[in-house]
Design a protein around this ligand. Sequence first.
Ligand code: ADP
Length: 305
Amino acid sequence: MHGFASVGECMIELSGQNDTQWHMGFAGDTLNTAWYVRALTQPDFAVDYITAFGDDAFSNQQMAFLNENGIATNKSPIIKGARPGLYAITLTGAERSFTYWRNDSAARRLAENPAHLLESLKTRKMIYFSGITLAIILPEHRQSFLEVIKQCRAEGAQIAFDPNFRPALWPDHNLARELITQAMRSSDIALPTLPDEQALFGDADGQACAARLTGLGVKEIIVKDGTDPAIVQFEGKQVLVPSVKANAIDTTGAGDSFNGGYLAARLKGATAEEAAAQAHQVAARVVECRGALMPMQTAHDLFMR
Ligand code: ADP
């Protein structure tokens, strides 16, 4: 078993609106996590981003961007005629709003061929995905996706999951609850954020959230809650790990980078408590920058000192 694979959707992001001039970037929750795992484990661990790409110029740019930054994409299918999802960030004063074009994105078909998906995931030491991954996968492919995850787990991969509940991506709360709960039952490491869990499951507090996930059989649980301490529960022991002070200017990707910091540390043999401390360090620096991704080398130099 070797390497880390993150499964989900990488989108084209348009930002910095200035009349008709836009800046194009790449974004996605599972990509952000893969990014920080790569920054914090290079060169020791292979990091793969598993999705489905289109065969257009923008998909080519996405792949080139990931590959240039040491994240492999060659296990992901390229679907003829498909295109990546797109979103734009517009500003009204300081208020940000998001417009999406993602209904027919290539990534929605990442589980179209389960045998291929299994082939591209198995033998990984760790596989990560999120509730956004589940939400964007075409409804008729979701069960086969979860079967592939279970199969990889049965063959020895560790499964890490962040529910990342985004109401707009789900037709109703019941379906989200059902699928996210199924994913939890197949996970070794849960990385929820408390307000998301409260919105979907009505947990009274972090303890209630951790107890619910323990009841589903998850053995390693980290409940994030902004600047409040994270609850870290592992091997029957629970500790609170305080966050790191930051001059936050943009919290985009805070939870994703926390997950990256945590999983990278665990891959390298840190304890759950040490990993959560590193995760807070990473997230605290990320919220001090605009956007979710700081340059790969900067992240590596900052956190690998
Ligand atoms: P999400 O991005 O999923 O909503 P949180 O808001 O819980 O997640 O933030 C995730 C992590 O990011 C926190 O556990 C903490 O480490 C860090 N973080 C978020 N906001 C701040 C902040 N203002 N100052 C320092 N760290 C922060």
